[in-house]
Design a binder for this molecule. Sequence first.
Ligand code: ADP
Ligand code: NI
Length: 227
Amino acid sequence: MEKIIVNIKKDVEALLNTDKSGHGMDHIERVLNLSYDLANNMNVNMHIVSLIALLHDVDDYKLFGEDNAKNLSNARRILEKYEIDDNIKEIVLTSISQIGYSKRLKGIKPQYLEGMIVSDADMLDAMGACGIARSIAYASTKGRKIFDENIFPTLDLDASGYVKEKDTTMINHVFEKLLKLKDLMLTDNAKDLALIRHNFMVNFLKEYFKELKLENWEIFLEKYLEK
Ligand code: ADP
Ligand code: NI
């Protein structure tokens, strides 16, 4: 790995190492590795891919507030500290501003291939076994329930509903966001991986409701999947 990328990684670690809600350095490491896998046979600038992957969450509104999210203050400061070329800096910052589930709900999506790769990697890490583990970690830190058999998912959450984060359960979050991610992949390489991770989550839910003997939830899941 390039020296500059190793150093930037340390700066990112210093910013994110206190996070327990699923945005920690482990998430960034997985997104970086997945981005390299996806970029493998593609004609992209790996230096730019690395920068976007490392910096994509350093101004997240949930961790650093709306002002940072708008100005990308941390990402900008780090890119300037390492004297990254202006044209590369521009591609990286634009891409970061175009990555994220709630942005996608508003119709915003990455315009550069490098941004598409990191967006796919970021969403893949919210799916599958890692995705289930992260959403359990998130629910625990927020004091949310894993499951409540009396609260069914809201299936038409638009951007405002999603950002408001009503008191939802971890299982409902799987329906409300995670099962929708497979259709948001932008690169062909990510589509196959997304399907594997999607099917794992469906099987997890099936087994969960079977263990709890909740036939109404099993039927709810079947109906959801038919749509
Ligand atoms: P990302 O960094 O992939 O854009 P988010 O910022 O949306 O992800 O959320 C971070 C992690 O926390 C993800 O794995 C996500 O699924 C999980 N998460 C977010 N909101 C909830 C919730 N209401 N309940 C459970 N998990 C959640
Ligand atoms: Ni992320």
